[in-house]
Design a protein around this ligand. Structure first.
Ligand SMILES: *Cc1c(COP(=O)(O)O)cnc(C)c1O
Length: 847
């Protein structure tokens, strides 16, 4: 019989144990071992199976609960952990100190994302983006940053993956019951659930209730439309992550952006949490939040859209996560019109303004990344290389500017150390990488011997081997094998063999099957008698991506071969619970995307924190972090346009590196049996990458370079009845009228004496300009000097501000910066105190 409906009954705990509920519902337990120990001590065996404190409370028998309620030692430990959590939640942390030091930091920041991966106990993520968002919240919590996370709660989350007998990906969508998850339904003081609504075409409304997860200090608000008030089709809006057609997606995104904003507002009103001043759009999907913010400000002030628009921009931060044009979220313009056109969703917001924000080259499409960039004064990519690629990719939005001046910066992603570092590692290194990084100087090597570290690495590898065997067996049973045929599984993998990991989603650019380019070479590496390699592979393909599934099948067919199956495995259902074992246990973390299509990549960072060495194409984070001795860079055949030839070249380079460098170094043992050369790379990785790849570093960077400056600009924009915002709006109107008439007549280089073109000598640049009615203070006139090569393009240009020196005349004095062929030009740029960069308005007049 099937149930028609599911529900979860909360346990009734004996009085002395009631405090455990608070410990189990705050997800800080996911990165706080003493809390996990406490729950494990209720029933060790049970905890190992379910690994979720909240479910423990329902699963532990009443007899055992009664026993624990009378166990003084247990109650004392519970008290201690509860007290520790209370302190963690209330004591001042880095942000409070920073705030006192620099001032102007926002009272709160709202962080919008379509997925959040905090732990497998809350399966509301698909992969990298979600896990990054989860790590962002956790690091923000540790640092005391007053963040509120917002996104949808999916009834089926992302799919679970298994394999058919012939290696084809099979998807299933287990339905979750939010009342059984570490979530609390947000309620009004009257006890009824808080509801938010967004208008839908045809006079309908989409309603959502709000579940709150507590990620340490950070509330994470998750919107759920599966409620009776909704029409049947609308109940399904939050059915699953990245499923459905464009119509389904736009409804999800309207809910996430506009509904999400309303949820944050109501949450703050109810709880007294400070209202956010800064809004972080983590990837384009939630971008409609900026429109809702405009509506709010128009309502509150009675001003027009143009007058509040600068204030909206000032308070919005946008992070782009993909350099793959196909990865950008676009909707048919008709669809946007359908939802926004009747004026009920966002009253007073003119449809044409909305459409203009998402305009792109193709007039039939609405581009969420373009809207994100137009609605946010501060935007960034997620690694230095990705910043450069994004500046080029989106440069068309700032015509007339060189790529380097496009206002998209970079904040390199990081990972939450306490979540990803093996506990054994933390204990051995007594480590808080964060502190080590900041105090500087102290090397972990001074505290721990090579032998200790090597023993630890073996222990982690051994644990991975056990997990691999467990999963290989389960997968074969699921594919229809009989236990009798699976004796060989006990000899899959070996705890003393060099272990390489490759696990990621399976879009084409990640090249899951590059390693199979020359199957014979791979086989030779795996089966080498003296110095074998073992390889663990995992990854999910998007359900609609048949090509990706074919790649998985190719891998599975290779690993199914009895000749190699002890040395290479494909583990189905890559998720956080599996990832943990891989990052900890692998000696080498392999990544071979097509450069530069990997925006950042974070799995390699998690491996590095556990003493794994990266073997990777120099893409994403590795492009800036590889230093020659912390792993290996697979050479790239940049510029080769034939993808097959490029794959051949890069695969050959990968095999060569493995065979000639990685394998020999791993098996080169001194007398003590310890591979010293290998370990010196591991030490170097821990010392140098340890502090750098942390999410705490990333969040501090966001605070210092995005949230803080955004809060300051927003304050300036809204003060005195939006005086700043209105002044910028008026300035833009004035510009719209005059800019086209501004003329740069001519310019000259004044060198005295005439033969004094010598390095360090001061020269002057003079230009004659007609400002067409603008004031000199409305513009910045710059002389730009740089090297010139075969073309007249200025290299490494230096700009010097020119001052008005007469009617229609501007002059600058500058020192000749270097010898060789130089060139100069003059340009006129907009200037207003609320602009963050000169390029912001995309306007420039060049000589
Ligand atoms: C870290 C992580 C990712 C992201 O890894 P990439 O290197 O960006 O591919 C994906 N899935 C899980 C479960 C992760 O923990």
């Amino acid at each position: 019989m099937r149930a028609v409906r599911r529900f979860t009954v909360r346990p009734s705990l004996p009085e002395p144990l009631t405090g455990l509920t608070a410990l189990a519902t705050n997800l800080r337990w996911t990165w706080h071992p003493p809390t996990r120990d406490l729950f494990a001590s209720m029933d060790d065996e049970l905890f190992r199976r379910i690994r979720d404190p909240l479910r423990m409370l329902t699963a532990v028998s009443a007899t055992r609960l009664a026993e624990l309620a009378a166990d003084e030692a247990f109650l004392a430990r519970a008290n201690e952990v509860t007290e520790n959590l209370r302190e963690y939640l209330t004591e001042p942390r880095w942000y409070q100190e920073r705030s006192a030091e620099v001032g102007g930091l926002p009272a709160a920041v709202a962080y919008f994302c379509m997925e959040f991966g905090v732990h497998e106990a809350l399966p509301n993520y698909s992969g990298g983006l979600g896990v990054l968002a989860g790590d962002h919240l956790k690091a923000a919590s540790d640092l005391g940053v007053p963040l509120i996370g917002v996104g949808p709660l999916y009834r089926a989350g992302y799919f679970r993956q298994s394999l058919s007998l012939d290696g084809w990906q099979v998807e299933h969508y287990p339905v979750i019951d939010p009342s059984g998850l570490p979530l609390q339904l947000l309620t009004e003081p009257s006890g009824v659930p808080v509801g938010v609504g967004v208008a839908m075409p045809g006079g309908r409304e989409l309603r959502a209730q709000i579940w709150q997860a507590s990620v340490g200090r950070i509330p994470l608000l998750l919107l759920d439309t599966d409620i009776e008030e909704n029409d049947e089709d609308l109940r399904g809006v939050t059915d699953r992550l990245y499923g459905g057609d464009a119509d389904h997606r736009i409804r999800q995104e309207i809910l996430a952006g506009i509904g999400g904003m309303r949820a944050v507002r109501r949450y703050c009103e109810l709880t007294g949490h400070p209202q956010p001043e800064v809004f972080h759009t983590n990837e384009g999907h939630a971008g409609f939040l900026g429109l809702e913010r405009a509506r709010e400000l128009m309502d509150a002030s009675g001003l027009e859209f143009d007058d509040v628009f600068p204030a909206v921009r000032a308070g919005t931060v946008f992070t782009t996560h993909t350099p793959v044009p196909a990865g950008i979220d676009r909707f048919p313009v008709d669809l946007v019109q359908h939802y926004f056109g009747d004026g009920r969703l966002l009253p007073k917001l003119d449809l044409r303004r909305v459409l203009a924000l998402g305009a792109e080259d193709n007039p039939g499409l609405f581009n969420m990344a373009h809207m994100g960039l137009r609605l946010a004064q501060r935007a960034n990519g997620v690694s230095a290389l990705h910043g450069r690629v994004s500046r080029r990719m989106f440069g068309g939005l700032w015509p007339g500017f060189d790529d380097d001046e496009v206002p998209i910066s970079a904040v390199t992603n990081g990972v939450h150390g306490p979540t990803w570092v093996a506990r054994e590692m933390t204990e051995l290194l007594d480590g808080d990488y964060d502190r080590l990084g900041r105090d500087g100087g102290l090397s972990l090597r001074d505290k721990v011997t090579d032998e200790q570290l090597w023993a630890l690495r073996r222990d982690l590898r051994q644990k991975l081997v056990a997990e691999v065997r467990r999963r290989v067996r389960a997968s074969w049973l699921q594919r229809g094998a009989s236990p009798l045929e699976l004796g060989w599984v006990d000899s899959v993998f070996d705890p003393d063999v060099l272990t390489v990991g490759f696990a990621r989603r399976v879009p084409t650019y990640k090249r899951l099957t590059l390693m199979l380019r020359d199957p014979e070479r791979l086989r030779a590496l795996l089966l080498d008698e003296q110095r074998p390699v073992q390889l663990v592979v995992a990854g999910k393909s998007h359900p609609a991506d048949e090509g990706g599934k074919a790649l998985i099948q190719q891998i599975v067919r290779f690993v199914d071969d009895p000749a190699v199956r002890r040395r290479i495995v494909f583990l189905p259902d890559y998720d956080m619970s599996m990832a943990r074992y891989l990052y900890r246990g692998c000696d080498v973390w392999l990544n071979n995307p097509t450069r530069p299509l990997e925006a950042c990549g974070t799995s390699g960072m998690k491996s590095a924190l556990n003493g794994g060495l990266n073997l990777s194409i120099k893409d994403g984070w590795w492009d800036e972090c590889y230093d020659g001795s912390n792993g290996w860079a697979i050479p790239t055949a940049d510029g080769i346009t034939d993808p097959l030839r490029r794959d051949d070249l890069e695969a050959a380079a990968l095999y060569d590196l493995l065979a000639q460098q990685v394998v020999p170094l791993f098996y080169d043992r001194g007398e003590s049996g310890v591979p010293q050369g290998w370990l010196s790379r591991v030490w170097h990785t821990l010392d140098t990458l340890g502090p750098r790849v942390q999410a705490s570093r990333m969040v501090r960077e966001y605070v210092d370079t995005c949230y803080g400056p955004a809060a300051e600009t927003v304050t300036a924009a809204v003060a005195d009845g939006f005086a700043g915002s209105r002044s910028l709006a008026q300035y833009q109107q004035k510009m719209a009228l005059s800019w086209r008439s501004v003329r740069l007549f001519d310019s000259e280089l004044v060198v005295e004496p005439p033969d004094a073109l010598v390095v360090g000598h001061e020269i002057r640049v003079r230009a004659r300009i007609d400002l067409a009615g603008l004031e000199p203070s409305d513009v910045e006139v710059q002389a730009v000097v740089g090297r010139v090569g075969d073309t007249d393009d200025l290299q490494d240009p230096v700009s010097v501000k020119m001052e008005p020196t007469g009617i229609g005349e501007f002059t600058a004095a500058l020192e000749l910066p270097q010898a060789g062929s130089l060139g100069y030009t003059v340009r006129i740029l907009p200037k207003h105190p609320l602009l963050a960069t000169h390029a912001e308005l995309g306007k420039v007049i060049l000589a």
